[in-house]
Write a new protein. Structure first.
Length: 357
């Protein structure tokens, strides 16, 4: 799974204060009455750009802007640069603006001025421009952006700082990565939450950061320990300890579930303990479901011996015959196991013959 995509998706919590962004970027509208649609779009545009209108009314109009015309694109950039505008309106305007030189210059002008805009605006713009700037753009564009973002790594505002790290580390920026390494090793002045710092080093390539991350496998903070377990599954020296976390029924679910998913990806001996976990009726349905899905993931993406697959299906069949197994989120584990058993029995040649009839 693409870990960079995961990181970008996780950062979207910054925009909970402006949920209308999601609405605005929803699926395209099916236009049944073009004349009415055009009128609604014009009205919505006039409402959104009118600074005399109440903020709530302008935000409500925003999802109806449609694809702006040239004049509106220009106006959106002007709104984004207007320090007298509300920060949320400025962010929405620039998010709807076309990615071109004007947009790029406007966003960088804001990010390069520490006094221009508040935390939500700056964090939101970092996310927006880093998401929209790809390797298709010129090296000059990317270098200018990198320079601007590096200046925000030491921003006093937590969300701005976090946004900058989320943007730069997936780009393998040496300054951002070295900041995280040095702070995690010294345990001083760690610029972002520790579990997030570990997650980002994992995105950069956890094999490069084993020595830095390894001490955090003993953390008493479940989020930190979970992320360390996830990152260190590649480390042969840490694997026994991670397996002990998975098999410890007393540990928080976040630790055990992260660990089992990571081990399924990295450990060739995974099924030696995974089948025992899956068979353990004393364990929680949540953990057994996580183990079943992790096991299936390993079968799908790694070479697994036929006899091991057969043993796995036998355990799944047994699980499908247990009653009343539901996770904390209400997922019917019994039904999930039954579905998987029937699927593998029908579709997987190695499994089909032993379960004929």
């Amino acid at each position: 799974m693409n870990r960079i995509v995961i990181v970008i998706n996780k950062f979207m919590y910054v925009f909970l204060a402006s949920a209308c962004i999601t609405i605005a970027n929803a699926a395209p509208t099916v236009v049944q009455d073009p004349v009415a649609y055009r009128a609604e779009k014009v009205n919505a545009t006039e409402t959104f750009i009118d600074a005399s209108k109440p903020k709530g009314e302008r935000i409500k109009a925003y999802p109806k802007l449609g694809y702006p015309d040239e004049e509106t694109f220009t106006r959106l950039v002007q709104m984004g640069l207007d320090k007298n505008e509300d920060d949320q309106i400025r962010l929405l305007a620039l998010q709807r603006a076309r990615y071109d030189q004007k947009y790029f210059d406007a966003v960088l002008a804001i990010l390069e001025d520490i006094n221009n805009g508040g935390e939500i605006l700056n964090a939101g713009l970092i996310n927006d421009i880093s998401r929209r700037t790809t390797f298709r753009h010129s090296a000059d564009f990317r270098q200018r952006l990198q320079h601007a973002l590096r200046d925000r790594l030491k921003d006093i505002r937590a969300q701005v700082r976090l946004a900058a790290y989320y943007a730069l580390v997936p780009m393998h920026d040496v300054v951002a990565i070295n900041n995280l390494i040095e702070s995690l090793r010294s345990r001083n002045n760690i610029p972002i939450p520790v579990h997030t710092a570990i997650e980002l080093l994992d995105v950069d390539g956890s094999a490069k950061h084993i020595v830095t991350i390894r001490p955090y496998l003993n953390s008493q903070d479940p989020l930190i320990q979970a992320q360390a377990a996830r990152a260190l599954a590649v480390d042969a020296k840490s694997r026994d300890q991670i397996i002990s976390l998975v098999t410890n029924l007393e540990l928080p679910p976040v630790v055990r579930e992260n660990a089992i998913r990571a081990l399924a990806r990295e450990d060739e001996k995974f099924f030696a303990y995974a089948l025992k976990l899956l068979s353990n009726k004393s364990d929680t349905p949540d953990m057994r479901l996580a183990t079943m899905r992790a096991s299936m993931g390993r079968i799908n993406y790694h070479k697994v011996a036929g006899r091991v697959q057969v043993n796995f299906v036998r355990v799944v069949k047994s699980l499908s015959e247990e009653k009343g197994l539901k996770t904390q989120k209400g997922i019917d584990l019994t039904a999930e196991a039954r579905h998987l058993y029937l699927h593998m029995r029908k579709r997987v040649p190695t499994v089909s013959k032993p379960f004929e009839g």
